[in-house]
Write a protein that binds this ligand. Structure first.
Ligand SMILES: *Cc1c(COP(=O)(O)O)cnc(C)c1O
Length: 375
């Protein structure tokens, strides 16, 4: 069977984990996590103090939302409906109200005109989602935010290593959140991080991941514990472990030479093979982005998606649907409101296999079954 996605890990990651396990019996958040944060920071070209690692991308979004907006309780956050439910749950967990917005038909990204119509006096932040790794027109998002005095929390879970106008996503952000779960561009097993140039937000996230025990991070990085401490805010148990960090450091080392070129080459092959096929529409990437695609969704037109999906699965090719729009979920409105483009895309989108262990001939096979299915 050809899998939709998978972790690509091997003996180097295993060795790194073994080293942590056998080193000093300290598996929690210690020096390996500190090094992981330094490695991420140097990859992005930001100071290490701007990077806060946590145990999932969802935790990163939760802490970011909670820390970026002064009075988060009841604040509204604009989010494209076409995203993993993690974005919505994280905002809700912070006590805020996720406001589902429609998306652009050409790329599935936040439709700023629709978002503008949903502004109220309670709107405090916008959370663009870099769907399939595409940061889209980020300048327009930041202009929108500054015009309406909103914080920007980028859900960059799909976009690790992607660039906008020659700069890495996260390196110029208000706040950006990455995921390192098993199938993302790099993995720690599970994990995530917040990257922000706002030292106040970074400091709050650093404390909040450790139950808001003030400055506990510094202690743990130097192998100590806090005994006589104070706590002033709600905190969470969201820190990363040395085991996760050890995997992540090896993965980061493989990213530029191995994972990024593989993902890009495979996606390029899909584009070449499917570009001119009637009945299939590819999502657009603008020319000022450099995308390392986390997933490869295509639009199957003329109501043929279900048939295509079934034929691919029959031939042993796993496919996906990213995503059921969040405004259709019971907790987030149950479809009370309609977002026509998000719903249309949901009926058309089919995600094809993409991970660095696939070959070009795997891609050719997927394309030939797909093309056959819509004829
Ligand atoms: C993966 C993902 C997340 C959450 O990350 P986890 O590490 O799985 O918690 C958030 N948003 C999007 C768009 C994602 O794909």
């Amino acid at each position: 069977m050809m899998r939709l996605s998978r972790s690509v890990v091997g003996s180097a990651e295993a060795d790194a984990v073994t080293r942590v396990l056998c080193e000093d019996g300290y598996l929690g958040m210690g020096s390996e996590v500190q090094k992981f944060e330094e490695d991420i920071a140097s990859f992005l070209g930001v100071p290490a103090s701007h990077v806060v690692s946590v145990n999932s991308g969802t935790a990163a979004l939760h802490l970011a939302a909670e820390s970026a907006v002064g009075d988060i309780s009841g604040a509204e956050v604009l989010i494209p409906s076409l995203t993993f439910v993690a974005s919505f749950q994280a905002v809700r967990a912070a006590g805020a109200v996720p406001v589902a917005c429609d998306v652009l038909e050409k790329n599935g990204l936040l439709d700023l005109q629709d978002a503008e119509r949903r502004l109220t006096e309670h709107t405090k932040a916008v959370m663009p989602v870099h769907y399939a790794g595409n940061p889209g027109d980020l300048d327009a998002v930041y202009a929108f935010a500054s015009k309406h005095d909103l914080r920007v929390i980028e859900d960059a879970a799909h976009a690790f290593g992607c660039q906008y106008r020659g700069r890495r996503v996260g390196s110029f952000s208000d706040v950006a959140c990455f995921s390192f779960d098993g199938i993302k561009n790099i993995t720690c097993g599970e994990g995530g991080c917040i990257v922000t140039s706002d030292e106040v937000i970074a400091e709050r996230c650093r404390d909040a991941r450790l139950l808001s025990v003030a400055k506990d991070t510094e202690k743990r990085f130097s192998g100590q514990r806090s005994w006589d401490f104070d706590v002033e805010r709600q905190g969470w148990r969201y820190h990363m472990s040395n085991i996760m960090a050890a995997i992540g450091r090896v993965q980061l080392g493989r990213f530029e030479q191995e994972f990024a070129p593989a993902r890009r080459e495979l996606a390029q092959r899909y584009r070449e093979k499917l570009r001119r096929v009637a009945g299939i529409a590819l999502l657009e990437e603008n020319s000022d982005t450099y995308v390392v695609p986390h997933i490869f969704p295509v639009r199957i037109l003329d109501g043929k998606r279900e048939f295509a999906s079934q034929l691919l699965e029959q031939k042993g090719i796993q496919v996906g649907r990213h995503y059921k729009p969040n405004h259709l979920l019971t907790l987030f409105g149950g479809g009370r409101e309609s977002l026509p483009i998000a719903e249309k895309l949901y009926s058309e989108l089919l995600t094809l296999p993409l991970h660095p262990a696939l070959t070009l001939s795997d891609i050719d096979e997927v394309c030939s079954v797909l093309i056959q299915s819509i004829r």
